[in-house]
Design a protein around this ligand. Sequence first.
Ligand code: CU
Length: 280
Amino acid sequence: MKNIQYTDNAVLPTSFIIPPSYNPNSSRRTRDWVMTETLDMAGNSLGLQLNHKGFMAGIDDTVQLGSREIWRYVNTTMDMHPMHIHLVAFNILDRTPFDVAQFKATGNIVFTGPPEIPPANELNNWKDEVMAPPGYVSRVIAQYNRPGKYVTHCHILGHEENDMMRGFIIMPTKDTSFGGGMVAGETPIEPTLTVVGAQPFRGRASIAYSTDYEQHVRLSVYNSLGQRVKTLINGTVAAGLHSMSWDGTNETGRQVASGAYFCKLETPGSSQTIRTVLLR
Ligand SMILES: [Cu+2]
């Protein structure tokens, strides 16, 4: 066996960039997940449910692609449940105690104390799981950018299997009841641009960007001399995640040379450039 020696030149970053949190006022709707547990006469659990249904009971919840929602986990059970939303990053807003007996009797949420602000490790941060304590309404806010079928569930295996898991669908809808677009006072989170896949690329580069709201975007490719090689899109796009591909050709369809290229995403309020390298 060969004795390999090397020097590790890696340097720890002095700080991390944490993307800004969502403004709660930008939520288009609030969706409740009522968490219940059924017990037998001896107090043994017969199962746990979300909105009084199990996983196999079909899907009731459709979330508009690109929209933001506040989700409330309303925990009427005796236990803490770590609630997960699959493939969605959210901010934890707060947890508020409520009268469980009253809720069970009338269906009304009556709060019994002020909202409790999350501890520092949960505040202004990105999570995919929230601890939902018993007798509390736990609120999270997320933007639903990836179309498809997903689940929200308790992350304790014995709970999710018995039956604390529900599906939901993220898809474009014609729902305009929330007005669409931005809410007054909301600071827009500018679009983010990424090149997907291996770098340097051969053949086709996949470029993805997301926008918070419907707006005009221009996505172009420039060469290292600053000349525009190709415009990939120049028009109005809907809120959500979009992906485009660049096949290494210019406006006339000719293959361009190997080398570094710059993808530039421009909106009325922002401009962002990332580098990509084409190999022939
Ligand atoms: Cu649980």
